[in-house]
Design a protein around this ligand. Structure first.
Ligand code: TA6
Length: 289
């Protein structure tokens, strides 16, 4: 496809592009936040959770899918929660080939509205962020690339924050985190060492696992996702619990039973980038049953 603009569906004020690989793997990505909001692997069903109460359009982050947290993860810094990238409209680059299952988005300060630049005032750096999304067979791959285009070094934290659809969060479990030190937001931000071979979701869970293994598994009854990362040191595991969904207008009651987040993050140690240098982090999800 030569005209990528023609690949963008503009029916509402929430434009999106759909990826359909020759083998049938599918994804939908909104330009707002470069947010993947649907992923259907070959041989599987929808793998991502999006709330029926999610909001769409300029400036809002969709409640679900895969938000991009940049240049700050969580509340850990001077910016608003999770930074500003998820509130910006990204540009679809010409190198995108949606009908081959690959797209690339870019965000630079010049893409940002005056209001968002004000929001960014606490992080006044020249950067180019790119998000590469691809689907093929049973896999969704997302790479966040950050380039320092300015003359001074800067640092940032970041995460890819997928909401995975699960049949029941009470039976879902994550394997691979035993032995890792984690920061538990629900226990005063104190650190603990994971003793369990399986992390479960009996209610609200909100943890950052430091230097986590590069491959984790999410089991949901008979379904299984392999969740691999590179470039990102940490993993984040989150479920809002019933109180968490009740406290947000873009969640529906009960949503907490149908989602779990297993994220790839650079959280504890900020990434420091010298001028004209790059950083890259990838999360790769593979469906199995
Ligand atoms: O990644 C987990 C987390 O940082 C939680 O603390 C929780 O607040 C979640 O992200 C969602 O944040 P949001 O700002 O999208 O409501």
């Amino acid at each position: 496809m030569t005209d990528v603009a023609a690949a963008v569906t503009q029916k509402t004020d929430a434009p999106f592009v759909e990826l359909l690989a020759p083998d049938g793997a599918f994804a939908r990505v909104y330009l707002d936040g470069a947010q993947v909001a649907s992923w259907i692997p070959v041989g599987g069903e929808e793998q991502l959770f999006v709330s029926e109460r999610a909001l769409y359009g300029p400036g809002v982050s969709i409640r679900g899918g895969v938000p991009v947290c940049f240049p700050q993860f969580g509340p850990f810094g001077a910016l608003p929660q999770h930074g500003f990238a998820r509130n910006c409209r990204w540009r679809l680059l010409k190198s995108s080939v949606p009908d081959q299952g690959r797209v690339v988005f870019e965000l630079t300060p010049s893409d940002m509205s005056h209001e968002l630049r004000e929001r960014m005032a606490a992080w006044p750096h020249d950067f180019a962020a790119r998000l590469l999304v691809s689907v093929q067979a049973a896999e969704l791959s997302i790479t966040l690339e950050v380039e320092n285009t300015g003359t001074d070094a800067f640092s940032f934290t970041a995460a890819l924050h997928p909401y995975f659809r699960v049949s029941d969060s009470a039976v879902a479990l994550v394997v691979g985190l035993d032995g890792c030190t984690y920061r538990d937001a629900l226990r005063g931000g104190h650190e603990f060492v994971e003793q369990a071979s399986e992390v479960r979701f009996p209610g609200n869970v909100d943890r950052v696992y430091y230097d986590a293994p590069d491959v984790l598994e999410l089991h949901d009854g008979g379904r299984f996702l392999r969740i691999a990362k590179s470039g990102f040191a940490d993993a984040v595991v989150w479920n809002p619990g019933a109180e968490g969904t009740a406290s947000k207008t873009d969640f529906a009651p009960g949503d907490e039973r149908h989602m779990v987040c297993v994220e790839a993050g650079a959280v504890r140690d900020p990434v420091c980038l010298e001028p004209r240098s790059f950083w890259r982090g990838t999360q790769r999800m593979t469906y199995g049953d």
